[in-house]
Design a protein around this ligand. Structure first.
Ligand code: 6R9
Length: 653
């Protein structure tokens, strides 16, 4: 895990800056003095941010770091996360405000007010309790973007049960390993989901996953597409039969600030996904603080839209917890951006007068490909803040976003963070920062990040190295579910002497000291903003009977950021490795992990380049995958291997 991803060279020559307009700055939530205020007394700064929430019992200590790297924030404080996201807004007289403008893919829609959301979450909480769930239990959720998914998450939070949302596109195998790892008692799903204009099955996936799963007692099924689904007597219950008849009164209990809130699985450098654990008070504080300041959100005025799926951390923090804690009116869209046409997002922006729009570079590049004339057909004048997340945004895409979506005026916030950090860490502040296309720029007030060399020494301006977080932050992960050793090794061992959190990203400072992210330095790929480990795909490939060995690399891809390219050695007796065999392998990976992990390209080779210690040199394979001159081969055990691979590819073998 030492090879540096290829630096995004075009990022580093960018010199344009865009200062905020006076008008924007005058009304901005964030002000420049936040940085100094936080630097002067970080804990006091975070305590002030925590006041944004309703605490049943106030904390006695802001941070306890004596048991590092497991932090305790707002020690002794008690709160209910769902109460903070829903009930208190109703209690404050905002029950009639729309919380969610839900837009279904086929064109149906629902507007849900905070009062309605409160009733629905309360009914669902009563339903979970009626099934015997108690605080600390785990519920797995695999659902498309329907309102019940958000209701289910909040209902879990309300009763102190941990949810673990598994992306709807994940395979039965992937779902099953996550269900088993956390010993989930309940799984919540839907009959089916709409995808690109068609109803596709969802429950069938879950049924296949749960065959013989011992921990699972009940499966709750939301009716969405209306298709027939087999019902397992005694295990499966329809959501409407279970929830609709429940009382809308439910008294939320206050839980400890460190009570676990959710587990979310993410790819690491080995094949087994890590169950990232987040807790309540610190997480919600940072979610709300960042949503308020980074997006300049004004409750009751803005209409906000984050296009992520709730299966990812961005959906957790910037659809569910941050926005709802801040009494946001938001759009939640169920479907794909080109169903039924490529202007769907802009049509929704126009219809709902969306003012804050948060999406990923891969989608921005897709919009670029579809053409400028598409957004130009719609009235996008309501947009006043644009956000980007998931991978480095290349300057061309940034400028396109600004010109074609933001009318050359809306500030763009390029937000760097991770599943593990819980919330945004490095980002410009709109109204404060002069933005630079391609740079996430500065750690937010209250957050501390550094770029360091191999030895953990901070590099100077213009220098590059590894991104570390050198001080604890409220939303930080509290561990990996069931594997404390792995938690320590993965994040805290690389710079153990300094006590830094190692993020796994390469970064550099420019001449102004602004941070530019350069992609992962470990064996994690970033495909359309989704983390997939090379090992995970390799394991899936070698689990196929025809494959002897596999090496996977992420190759630069103009649309998805990185594309998965696999090199496989077939078993001696396996078929020739023709088109059909390759297609079969691609489908096999999709089945094992999910369609997002399907390799863009599979190359059948005779040998793989290895060092004398047997480590596959992915750097060289990446050169091949990106059609570059193959680099230094002197550390290979057999330096002729690369010639063999290159000539084999040319001759089409
Ligand atoms: C929120 C999220 C985390 C990894 C992270 C980095 C990449 C995310 C980025 C970015 C450059 C940004 N990443 N945002 N790289 N600029 N603005 O994406 O979480 O799925 O855990 O991925 O994504 O490589 O380490 P997650």
């Amino acid at each position: 895990m030492t090879e540096q991803s290829p630096a995004l060279d075009n990022l580093l020559t960018e010199s344009r800056t865009f200062p905020p307009s006076e008008a924007f700055s005058a009304q901005a939530n964030a002000t420049a003095d936040f940085y100094a205020e936080a630097d002067a007394d970080r804990e006091a700064f975070w305590a002030k941010q925590a006041e944004r929430l309703h605490w049943e019992t106030k904390w006695s200590q802001v941070l306890d770091w004596t048991n590092a790297p497991v932090a305790k924030w707002f020690v002794g404080g008690k709160l209910n996360v769902a109460y903070n996201c829903v009930d208190r807004h109703v209690a404050d007289g905002h029950g009639d405000q729309v919380a969610i403008h839900w837009v279904g893919e086929p064109g149906d829609s629902r507007d849900i007010t905070y009062a309605q959301l409160k009733d629905e979450v309360s009914r669902a909480a009563n339903a979970l309790e009626s099934l015997g769930l108690v605080a600390g239990d785990r519920v797995a959720i695999q659902m498309p973007m329907v309102p019940e998914a958000i209701v289910a998450m909040l209902a879990c939070a309300r009763v102190g049960v941990l949810h673990s949302v598994v992306f709807g596109g994940f395979s039965p195998t992937a779902l099953r390993s996550r269900v088993d790892d956390q010993a989930a008692r309940i799984v919540i799903t839907t009959d089916g989901q709409y995808r690109r204009g068609k109803a596709a099955p969802m429950k069938a996936n879950v049924d296949e996953a749960l065959e013989g799963a011992e921990s699972v007692e009940k499966v709750i099924v939301v009716r969405r597409t209306g298709e027939e689904v087999p019902i397992t007597e005694g295990r499966d219950i329809w959501w409407h039969e279970l929830v609709d008849g429940q009382s809308a009164d439910h008294t939320p209990q206050a839980f400890d600030s460190e009570h676990p809130l959710f587990i979310l699985y993410t790819s690491g450098t080995t094949g087994k996904p890590k169950g990232i654990l987040h807790t309540s008070g610190g997480y919600l504080t940072q979610a709300a603080y960042t949503h308020h300041n980074v997006f300049d959100h004004k409750a009751g005025e803005d209409v906000y839209w984050c296009t992520a799926d709730i299966g990812w951390i961005t959906g957790h923090t910037y659809i569910v917890y941050g926005p709802l804690a801040n009494r946001t009116t938001q759009v939640v869209y169920e479907g794909t951006p080109n169903t039924p046409h490529e202007g769907r997002h802009w049509e929704i922006v126009q219809q709902h007068k969306v003012s804050i729009y948060y999406t990923a570079p891969t989608l921005i590049r897709t919009f670029m490909k579809w053409g400028n004339e598409i957004p130009a057909k719609y009235d996008l004048s309501s947009l006043r803040v644009l956000g980007s997340v998931g991978e480095p945004i290349n300057p061309e895409a940034w400028i396109w976003y600004r010109e074609n979506v933001g009318a050359n005026s809306a500030p763009i916030v390029d937000t760097w963070w991770q599943t593990e950090t819980g919330a945004i860490m490095i980002s410009p502040l709109p109204g404060v920062t002069s933005t630079k296309p391609g740079s996430a720029q500065k750690a937010l007030p209250g957050i501390s990040a550094k770029v360091v060399d191999d030895q953990g020494v901070e590099v100077g301006k213009g220098g590059g190295g590894y991104l570390v977080l050198d001080k604890p932050w409220p939303g930080m992960l509290r561990g990996i579910w069931g594997d404390e050793q792995r938690f320590r090794e993965t994040y805290w061992s690389r710079f153990a002497d300094q006590g830094f959190y190692f993020a796994g990203d390469g970064a550099k400072y420019d001449a102004d000291g602004d941070v530019w992210l350069l992609g992962r330095v470990d064996d994690v790929m970033n495909v359309s903003g989704h983390r997939i480990s090379t090992t995970e795909v390799e394991s899936a490939l070698v689990s196929h009977p025809t494959v002897a060995e596999a090496a996977v690399v992420g190759a630069t891809d103009p649309t998805t950021g990185q594309g998965i390219v696999a090199f496989v050695i077939l078993r001696g007796n396996a078929v020739d490795g023709g088109e059909e065999a390759v297609q079969e392998l691609r489908n096999h990976v999709a089945k094992e992990i999910g369609p997002i992990a399907k390799p863009r390209q599979i190359l059948v080779v005779q040998e793989l380049p290895k060092t004398r210690s047997g480590k596959i040199m992915r750097r060289l394979l990446r050169d091949v995958a990106e059609n570059r001159q193959v680099g230094d081969v002197t550390t290979l055990a057999d330096s002729s291997v690369m010639d063999l691979i290159s000539s084999g590819l040319k001759s089409g073998k």
